[in-house]
Every structure is written in C-alpha cells, then in structure tokens.
Design a protein around this ligand. Structure first.
Ligand code: BG6
Length: 279
C-alpha cells in the first residue's frame, strides 16, 4: 500500500506498507527516513530532534548528497552536500510487483534555482526497492552539451544499539582521508568507534558489514569505490541543533559515495548509477 501523507507541519512524505516492511520517503530530497521490517527494529536512525522543515535536510535516514559531497570545492557559501537533499522531487512511478515488494521512482531535474547553484542540465532519478532488503539506485544523466563532474553520497544513518560495541568490517588496509586531521592514513583491522570519526575511504570493496549488538548488516555497493564513516560524537553533536545529547550513541553513518578521487565525470548524455543494497 502506498499512501501520500503530511506531517502536522505540512511536510509531505510517501508511506509504504507491504508484507515485509514499512517505509517513509519525504518528497523533499527523495529522503528515505524510515525503513523497518515488521519483525525487526528500524534499520535507519532518525534524530528525535530532526526538523521536518522545507529547505532543511532531515537528520537521519538516507539523505542524498549531490551534485557535490561535503563542502563545495571552490565556493564555501554553497550548501554543504549539494542541493538534492533540500530540493522538491517528483514521484514519477510506483510499482507493487507483489504483496512483499514496492518500488518507487523519484526524479529531480534542473530548474532555474538549481542552475543558479550548479550551471548544468541534468536528470537525477532515485529508484527505491522496499522489500526484505532495501535497494537504492541513484542515476545521474548529463543533459548538458558539456561534460560535468559529480561527487555524491547515499548518506545512510544506521540505527545501532550501542556505538561502543559496533564494528565495521571490510575496510581493512584501505586508505582513507581523515577529515578531522586532514591526513591520509591506512585502516588497520576493523573499525571501532571511540571518538568523533569522519573519514573518506578510497578503493573500498563492494561488500561492507556493520556488526551491531544483535544484528549484522550487509552493505553492498555498485558504481562506487569510496565510502564515508561518520559519527559526530559528543562535542560536534552539541553544536548541531537537530541532535540530542546522547543521540551519537545510537547511530553510525556508513555512506556509499562517489567522493574525492571517486568523483565521476559524465559527458553529454552519459549516465552513472550509484547503488546500495542493504540486507
Ligand atoms: C558527513 C561528512 O558525510 O556528513 C561530515 O563527512 C558532516 O563532515 C556530516 O559533518 C553531516 O553533514 P550535515 O551537512 O548533514 O550536517
């Protein structure tokens, strides 16, 4: 069942309920902010202080960072993580193949507002498959007669039981850029989180694993060879209006990205798809 809904403040979202799961996708940002299998705890973390306001990104779920990841490389006044996450998308197609799987296709195209921020014509589509697994494909098409370069992220906030007991497998021996120290390093062993972490891993394999107290989550990617691991920890959380004091303990971002050296250049009419499948 697919239902168009609004929060009390008028923020629109799409609710999906099928035999496997319940999910909610905001029309702003094509932002999946809830996904839960009926017999399990929510997969995605959502801040209890998240502001569901037009023009502000939701804190949690899977924001779409596009057409640049992080700060813009030449103009710091442009919005962090691009404009896709705060733009109004259009729901262009839905499909309910059977009672256990639902597909949504959302689209964003260039507009006079986007052209002021990024001078290219494009078609961006987000295909979401909601079933016993969650699959998301973000496809960029260059509709301009000149090439452009994009960096992007499916910025997944995973809900975890307790950050102290979490580990991330699959990044051993990968090089990473530490955004906190601005240094490049190599990952030794699995990742454990003991303090603020903000790293862009390069040349990552297509399968990562998040081990939480009771569950193990597989993260498979395509069209990506980079990944970001982020947790703001105590001090940074305190500077954020939409994070409550101890919220950092119950979340970890493992982002499927095209970041730094993994940015993609597309010629006219070229397409690129960034995919994550979470099982
Ligand atoms: C991560 C970045 O992807 O997103 C961090 O690596 C950043 O540096 C975080 O702080 C959250 O960004 P924002 O814009 O949603 O607060």
């Amino acid at each position: 069942m697919i239902t168009q809904k609004h929060t009390k403040s008028g923020f629109s979202y799409i609710e999906v309920i099928n035999k496997n799961c319940c999910a909610r996708v905001a029309v702003q940002g094509a932002h999946l902010f809830h996904y839960q299998q009926h017999d399990k705890k929510p997969l995605l973390w959502l801040s209890e202080k998240s502001l569901f306001e037009n023009g502000r990104a939701i804190r949690g779920g899977i924001p779409i960072c596009w057409p640049w990841f992080g700060k813009h490389t030449t103009d710091v006044d442009l919005p962090q993580h691009g404009f896709a996450r705060t733009s109004m998308w259009t729901l262009v197609e839905t499909a309910e193949a059977d009672e256990s799987s639902t597909e949504l296709l959302l689209q964003l195209e260039d507009s006079p507002e986007s052209l002021k921020l990024w001078p290219y014509q494009f078609r961006l589509q987000l295909h979401i498959v909601l079933s016993s697994d969650l699959q998301i494909d973000l496809t960029t098409k260059n509709c301009t007669s000149a090439p452009f370069t994009i960096s992007s992220a499916l910025h997944t906030y995973f809900a975890v039981d307790n950050i102290d007991t979490v580990s991330v497998e699959g990044l051993k021996n990968c090089c990473y850029f530490d955004a906190l120290t601005k240094k490049k390093k190599t990952q030794k062993g699995n990742i454990r989180i003991r303090e603020e972490i903000d790293r862009v891993y390069q040349n990552v394999p297509p399968f990562l694993k998040l081990n939480d107290h009771e569950r193990s989550i597989q993260i498979s990617s395509k069209g990506s060879s980079s990944a970001v691991v982020w947790n703001p920890w105590i001090e940074k959380s305190a500077t954020m209006v939409d994070m409550s004091q101890n919220a950092y303990k119950s979340m970890l971002c493992i982002e499927t990205t095209n970041a730094l050296d993994d940015a993609r250049s597309l010629g006219p009419e070229d397409k690129h798809t960034l995919t994550v499948k979470i099982s």
